[in-house]
Design a protein around this ligand. Structure first.
Ligand code: SF4
Ligand code: SF4
Length: 76
């Protein structure tokens, strides 16, 4: 992956579906409704996410992880 201009295009978070227990806590706190359940599947809409980190804070299984943080780390 190239550095620089690609940074702004990184989604803020990644959902680790194998860790998600479908509790809905992240959906409940996401004000712009960037997280939604479709049946048992959790969908993330990167375009509307305001990077408030509330979903990280409430997830009991750490199934929501910051993609950007990992991306920056990869550049070091
Ligand atoms: S960081 Fe905030 S806006 Fe983005 S998905 Fe999580 S709760 Fe929603
Ligand atoms: S808070 Fe975590 S475990 Fe609960 S639905 Fe969201 S991602 Fe899944």
């Amino acid at each position: 992956m190239s550095a620089g201009n690609d940074r702004g295009k990184q989604p803020f978070l990644e959902i680790l579906h194998e860790k998600c227990i479908g509790c809905g806590a992240c959906v409940a706190v996401c004000e712009p409704i960037s997280l939604q359940h479709e049946g048992l599947d959790l969908k993330f809409e990167a375009e509307t996410c305001i990077s408030c980190v509330e979903c990280f804070r409430v997830c009991p299984t750490a199934a929501v992880v910051p993609t950007r943080g990992r991306y920056y780390k990869d550049l070091e």
